[in-house]
Design a protein. Structure first.
Length: 622
C-alpha cells in the first residue's frame, strides 16, 4: 500500500526503499552561500551486495549532484551532513538498522567545526576528496508476520514474504500490495490493506510486521458506461468488451478489457474508472472513457537500394469507415526506378478493407484488390489480384489465418510471354513475442516467426497444381539489458512442391539475393541461371543472418552483419551453392523507428553481380 510503514511505540519504522528516498529528497538541494564552487572527487565504500551499492549511490546527493549542481564549501559540508541520514535510511531499507555512514572531506570528519573554513582555503580549481565509509552492521530479519482482520479462505498467505528473510522495506511494502491484489481478484472491490506496522527488536535483530485488513463485500460488475465516443458506435464498443455486467469484479480482467478496446486501433487512449460506491444492487459500476484517434491519416514513405532502385509510396486510410473500427486503406507506389536488378519502372496499387470482430470477437476479415507491375532482370510481370482473408487472434502472441485469392497475370521471361490464372488458398500462423505493435519499431527481445502453406492451382496453357511452403523466424538478444547492444538472428526457408521448376509461374519460383535474404547480392541473383546469366528461379530457398546492433551516441547506432543462403532447382532446401554476404551500416533512431543505411558486399561473386549493394529504408532489416 502507499505511504510509509507506520512505527509502533516500541520501535522505529522500516523506511521506504532507497530509490524513494532519493525521489522525495532530491529537489531539496543544500543552499549555495555565494562562494566559488568547490570541486571534489568522491569515493563510496562498497558492500558485498550490488543492489545495495546502487541504492546507496542513488540516495546520495554528493554523488548525484557532483557534476550538475556544484556547491561552495559551506554548501558542500551541508550536503554531506544531509547524506549521512539519507544513506543510513538506504541501509535500513535493506534490513541494516544499525548501519553507519561516515563521511570525510579532504581527510577531515564532518564533526570538525572548522571544516568549511579549511575548504575556503583550498586553491580555486583544486579538487578535494570526499570519502564515504559504509558500515552495514548486523542484518535484521523478519520474525513474526501477522494479519489483523478476517481473511477469506485461500487468501491468507499471498504476501510473498516469510519469517527469517531479510527485513527489506520494499519487500514488506510489496507484500501489502500483493495481498490487496489477491483480495481484489476474488471480487473484494472495496478491500483495504493499511500500511504495515513494523516493530523492531534490537536484541534479537528482528522485525515483526502486522498488516491490518478490511475485506468488505464480494461484488460483481454493475452497469458499464462509455464516455467520449464520437464516431465509433457504442453498440460496437460494447460488443467488443471482454467483460460484462454481472461478472465477478476482477481488476486483471477489467484491464484486459481496456487493452482489447485500445487494440481496435480507433482509440488513442482508453481509461476505466470504478464508481466510488456500490449501486443499490451491491454491484460496482464501471465507466470506460475513450479518446478517439483522428479518423483519417495520410502517409508517405520511400526507400532506395542499388539493386531495386528508388521506390516512393503514398497511402490514405480511414480508420473507422462505418463506425465499427472498420478500415479502408488505399496505397500507391512507384517502384524499381534505376536499380541494377530492374529494367523499368513498376507500380503497386492496393485497396484494402478490414472488418474487425467479424462473426467472432477475435476474428478480422480482410478484403484486398491490387494491381502490380514489376520489371526485373528475372522477368516482367503485370498482375491483378482479388483476395479475402480471415485472421484470428489465438493468444497475445499467436495469430492464424486462412485466405482465398484469384490472380490474373502476364509474365515475360527470356523473350517468352505467358498468361496465368492462379487460385490460391494460403493458411498461415504467426508468432510475435517482442511486445511491439509496429514492425517499424526496434525489437530487442523475443521471437517473430511465420509459417505459411499456400496450395495453388495454375490455369491456362501451363496448368499445374503446387504448394508453396515458407517459414521464417527471427529472434533478438539484448546483451546490455537496455537495448544498447542487441544480437539479432534470422532464418528462413521455402520450398515449392508438386510442380517442376518450369511448371511454376516465374513469380512463384524462389529466388535469393537482396535485403530480404542475402545482402550484398542484387535482388534475385542467387540461384539457377539461364545461359545468359539471368535468373531462372528455383523450387527451394534457405537463408540465415546474424547481426550485431549497437547504439553509439545519442540517437546514432551501428550494425554489423553477415548473411548466407542459397536457392536451387531441388525441392529440398540446403541443396544450392552457398553464397555469403557481409556488411555494416548506420542507424538513426526516430520515434517511429530507426532510419537504416547498410552497405554489403558479396564474399563469392555471381555472374553479372554488383561489387556492393547499398540499402536505405525505415526500420530494421528484420
Amino acid at each position: 500500500m502507499a505511504g510509509s510503514l507506520a512505527s509502533s511505540t516500541h520501535g522505529r519504522a522500516l523506511c521506504r526503499t532507497a530509490l524513494a528516498v532519493g525521489i522525495l529528497t532530491g529537489p531539496w538541494v543544500s543552499p549555495v552561500w555565494g562562494a566559488d564552487p568547490q570541486a571534489y572527487d568522491i569515493k563510496v565504500g562498497q558492500t558485498d551486495a550490488a543492489d545495495l551499492n546502487d541504492a546507496l549511490a542513488a540516495s546520495s546527493l554528493l554523488v548525484g549532484l557532483r557534476a550538475k549542481a556544484p556547491a561552495g564549501p559551506y554548501a558542500l559540508v551541508a550536503r554531506a551532513r544531509d547524506d549521512v541520514g539519507r544513506m543510513e535510511q538506504a541501509l535500513q531499507s535493506f534490513g541494516y538498522y544499525r548501519g553507519k555512514i561516515t563521511i570525510e572531506i579532504d581527510h577531515h570528519p564532518l564533526s570538525d567545526l572548522s571544516l568549511a573554513d579549511r575548504l575556503e582555503a583550498v586553491p580555486t580549481g583544486t579538487a578535494v576528496l570526499v570519502n564515504i565509509a559504509v558500515t552495514c552492521g548486523p542484518l535484521y530479519r523478519l520474525r513474526h508476520i501477522s494479519l489483523d482482520g478476517e481473511i477469506p479462505p485461500g487468501t491468507a498467505h499471498p504476501l510473498g514474504i516469510t519469517s527469517g528473510q531479510p527485513a527489506v522495506a520494499g519487500a514488506v511494502l510489496d507484500a501489502g500490495a500483493k495481498l490487496l491484489t489477491a483480495l481484489e481478484e476474488q471480487g473484494y472491490a472495496l478491500a483495504k490493506v493499511d500500511s504495515p506496522v513494523a516493530t523492531q527488536d534490537d536484541a534479537a535483530r528482528a522485525i515483526d510486521v502486522s498488516f491490518r485488513v478490511a475485506v468488505g463485500p464480494k461484488v460483481e460488475i454493475g452497469a458499464i458506461a462509455f464516455k467520449g465516443l464520437r464516431d465509433v458506435h457504442e453498440a460496437f464498443a460494447r460488443r467488443s468488451l471482454t467483460i460484462h455486467s454481472g461478472q465477478l469484479y476482477q481488476p486483471s480482467k477489467i484491464e484486459a478489457a481496456r487493452r482489447s478496446l485500445l487494440a481496435l486501433g480507433v482509440f488513442s487512449g482508453v481509461a476505466v474508472h470504478a464508481a466510488d460506491r456500490l449501486d443499490p444492487a451491491g454491484r460496482m459500476p464501471l465507466t470506460f472513457e475513450m479518446q478517439e484517434r483522428s479518423k483519417h491519416t495520410v502517409a508517405f514513405s520511400g526507400a532506395y537500394s542499388t539493386d531495386l532502385g528508388l521506390s516512393l509510396s503514398a497511402s490514405w486510410s480511414d480508420r473507422n469507415l462505418l463506425g465499427n473500427a472498420d478500415q479502408l486503406n488505399l496505397s500507391a507506389a512507384g517502384t524499381e526506378l534505376g536499380g541494377t536488378a530492374t529494367t523499368g519502372l513498376g507500380y503497386n496499387v492496393i485497396a484494402q478493407f478490414i472488418e474487425p470482430e467479424f462473426m467472432a470477437r477475435q476474428n478480422d476479415l480482410e478484403l484486398d484488390l491490387s494491381g502490380i507491375k514489376q520489371q526485373f532482370v528475372a522477368y516482367d510481370q503485370t498482375a491483378e489480384t482479388l483476395g479475402g482473408f480471415l485472421r484470428r487472434k489465438l493468444s497475445m502472441e499467436w495469430k492464424g489465418g486462412i485466405g482465398l485469392s484469384v490472380t490474373e497475370e502476364n509474365i515475360a521471361q527470356e523473350g517468352v510471354t505467358r498468361s496465368y490464372q492462379l487460385l490460391a488458398a494460403p493458411v498461415n500462423a504467426t508468432l510475435d513475442s517482442t511486445g511491439l505493435t509496429d514492425f517499424l519499431q526496434d525489437p530487442t527481445q523475443g521471437v517473430r516467426a511465420n509459417l505459411t502453406v499456400t496450395p495453388t492451382r495454375s490455369f491456362g496453357r501451363s496448368a499445374s497444381t503446387f504448394t508453396i511452403l515458407s517459414a521464417s523466424a527471427s529472434t533478438y538478444f539484448d546483451l546490455s539489458d537496455n537495448g544498447v547492444t542487441v544480437i539479432a538472428l534470422r532464418a528462413l526457408a521455402g520450398s515449392a512442391v508438386g510442380a517442376s521448376q518450369f511448371d511454376l509461374p516465374p513469380d512463384e519460383r524462389l529466388y535469393a539475393g537482396g535485403s530480404g535474404t542475402i545482402r550484398g547480392y542484387k535482388y534475385q541473383s542467387v540461384g539457377p541461371l539461364f545461359p545468359d546469366g539471368n535468373p531462372i528461379g528455383g523450387t527451394s530457398l534457405d537463408a540465415a543472418t546474424v547481426e550485431l546492433r549497437q547504439r553509439l551516441v545519442g540517437n546514432w547506432g551501428a550494425a554489423f552483419f553477415a548473411d548466407a543462403g542459397q536457392a536451387s532447382a531441388e525441392a529440398e532446401p540446403l541443396t544450392g551453392s552457398l553464397r555469403i554476404g557481409a556488411g555494416a551500416g548506420v542507424r538513426y533512431c526516430t520515434p517511429i523507428g530507426p532510419v537504416r543505411l547498410d552497405i554489403a558486399a558479396p564474399m563469392t561473386p555471381v555472374p553479372h553481380g554488383d561489387a556492393f549493394e547499398l540499402y536505405i529504408g525505415l526500420g530494421q532489416a528484420f
